[in-house]
Write a protein that binds this ligand. Structure first.
Ligand SMILES: O=C(CO)COP(=O)(O)O
Length: 125
């Protein structure tokens, strides 16, 4: 299972905190993580193995969208900061649109991500 992870700056700590709650599950060999650049660095520091792409404003969201369009992703977790402005907002919208076009599960906040993770874990047992 391949999971893409993205968080805006104001939500990076929330994402790391969220992932840390599922560390055992996420360290399983058949789970691979991919992330936008800066998000990936934070995740790596927390002890996860993650494939880091470009930073979001430099095209990282677009790279993840391309992977989603090619059906390479099973899940996208994107903790967006709705209270901040982002120069690459068109890329953010494009990524969410591509997830909807290809019916890729997309969680944009911890409550949704938590439900999806618990569901995935229950299916694996
Ligand atoms: O900007 C982002 C998502 O739109 C995230 O990019 P970084 O992980 O490089 O900060």
């Amino acid at each position: 299972m391949k999971i893409a992870l993205i968080a805006h700056d104001g939500k990076k700590a929330d994402l790391v905190h969220f992932l840390s709650g599922f560390k055992d599950e996420l360290l399983q060999k058949d789970i691979s993580l991919v992330a936008t650049g800066t998000t990936g660095s934070h995740i790596e520091k927390a002890g996860f193995k993650v494939n880091k792409l470009l930073s979001g404003p430099l095209g990282g969201d677009a790279q993840i969208a391309a992977m989603a369009a090619q059906k390479e992703l099973d899940l996208v977790i994107f903790f967006r900061d709705p209270l901040d402005k982002h120069p690459h907002e068109p890329d953010v919208q494009m990524l969410m649109r591509i997830c909807d076009v290809h019916n890729i599960p997309l969680a944009t906040n911890p409550a949704a991500a938590n439900m999806i993770f618990k569901h995935v874990i229950s299916l694996r047992h």
